[in-house]
Write a protein that binds this ligand. Structure first.
Ligand code: ATP
Ligand code: DP6
Length: 410
């Protein structure tokens, strides 16, 4: 058995549109930040046994089908690269030519909502590829692993690294140069604080896969974005990251999120991923940024209504939290469970009890401060940049029971 844990990532320059559906080759480069796996990650255990009659997978405790083309591509590509495995202590010896005949059981668990626009497919497919690779003693480097993860879900290729990551779209028809590279690791700009407003954890109506297919077929804006806007933005974003220029980073991040959602609106029929709460959060941040004359916080939204807010430091993150909690107080007055991840941000913001939230002053920059939207945010996650996939060495944390070969608790 092998167990791995992989982070999720949030794009600051978005991937939206494929030029090859089967190989998952994008129409433009994209750039993301990898989030701390303690807060948002997938954990996957892969077990192999000559007694398993077929490949099987369980996600969050429920059996799911592995017959889909994407899982099959990843399994095939990893199996192709499998090597001899020898563990004298455990008496295990698997020859590389035997991997083709052996079946695997895979159990995975996400520590955050699945299919809700928080990039569970990115963490999940990266973890699938990474952990299978560990079990089968695959020697390929991260670039090669990223190109396999890409065939599971495009954004998954960026979760093979920590920190700041670029997915280079590549030119080759076989996808060999469509790989992710690390721009900087998670320590490069570690002042950044990430606050996610989970607006809805329900499954969304339009998957990223079908949404971007419709956009490629119908949106003229997508063509302009891919050919003209993104190439220039990617260069500027790389520069902003390199020099830790938050002003430029924030402007590019917000503009790119807005253009991605504009492409969704430009699609026929139009796709709506954001809702009124998402729009209110954008307005709150825009007004604050405008009143200060320079960006205090950046926002970005993936294929769902959840807001990902990036603050340059703890100070701005606490100011942001005060503004957010003024408008979106917890439905059941339970402040501790309203903040997931790094809960210490609450005390840093002077918010120890619900009374502290009720006493918050209205943000001065807002025109209609009196209206509040209790219950419109399910909860917040406070996180930071994180590292790439890791092997979980503590065998007691494996998700599969080594005796039964089935997920624990099933
Ligand atoms: N831990 C996991 N292991 C393997 N596959 C997973 C895992 N988590 C999610 N997936 C796959 O990803 C699918 C969800 O992907 P989808 O793109 O719909 O949502 P999302 O990734 O949460 O949101 P988005 O990518 O739009 O931000 C699941 O149905 C499953 O097939
Ligand atoms: C909006 C996005 O999150 C889209 C992610 O799309 P997916 O990677 O989920 O799509 P498939 O390649 O079809 O699996 C933007 C991004 O992560 O760059």
């Amino acid at each position: 058995m092998a167990t791995g844990r992989s982070p999720t990532n949030i794009a600051v320059i978005k991937y939206w549109g494929k030029r090859d559906e089967a190989l998952i080759l994008p129409v433009n480069d994209s750039i993301s930040v990898t989030l701390d796996p303690d807060h948002l990650s997938a954990t996957t255990t892969v077990a192999v046994s000559p007694s398993f009659p077929s490949d099987r997978m369980w996600l969050n405790g429920k059996e799911i089908s592995l017959s889909g083309g994407r899982f099959q591509s990843c399994l095939r590509e990893i199996r192709k690269r499998a090597q001899n495995v020898e563990d004298e202590k455990k008496g295990i010896r698997i020859k590389k030519e035997d991997w083709g005949k052996l079946h695997v059981h895979i159990a995975s668990y996400n520590n955050f909502p699945t299919a809700a626009g928080l990039a569970s497919s990115a963490a999940g497919l990266a973890c699938f590829v990474f952990t299978l690779g560990k079990l089968m003693n695959v020697k390929e480097d991260c670039g090669e692993l990223s190109s396999i993860a890409r065939q599971g879900s495009g954004s998954a290729c960026r979760s093979i690294y920590g920190g700041f990551v670029k997915w280079c779209m590549g030119k080759n028809n076989d996808g060999s140069d469509s790989i992710a590279v690390q721009l900087a690791d998670e320590t490069h700009w570690n002042d950044l604080v990430i606050i996610i407003a989970v607006v809805s954890s329900k499954q969304k109506e339009t998957s990223s896969t079908s949404g971007m297919r419709d956009s490629v077929e119908t949106s003229p804006l997508l063509q302009y974005r891919a050919q003209t806007v993104v190439p220039e933005r990617v260069l500027k974003m790389e520069e902003a990251i390199k020099s830790r220029n938050f002003e430029s980073f924030a402007r590019l991040t917000c503009a790119d999120s807005n253009q991605f959602h504009a492409v969704c609106l430009d699609t026929s029929p139009p796709i709506f991923y954001m809702n009124d709460t998402s729009h209110r959060i954008i307005s709150l941040v825009e007004k604050w940024n405008q009143s200060e004359g320079t960006p205090q916080v950046a926002y970005t939204f993936d294929a769902g209504p959840n807001a990902v807010l990036i603050a340059p430091n703890r100070k701005n993150a606490t100011l942001l939290l005060q503004k957010l909690l003024y408008y979106f107080p917890p439905q059941d007055n339970d402040l501790r469970s309203y903040m997931v991840g790094d809960k210490s941000i609450l005390s840093d913001a002077g918010l120890k009890s619900i009374e502290d939230v009720e006493a918050l002053p209205a943000p001065a920059e807002m025109k209609t401060p009196s209206q509040k939207f209790k219950g419109d945010v399910s909860y917040f996650i406070c996180s930071r940049l994180g590292a790439g996939p890791k092997v979980v060495t503590d065998e007691s944390l494996a998700l599969i029971d080594s005796v039964t070969g089935l997920p624990k608790g099933v």
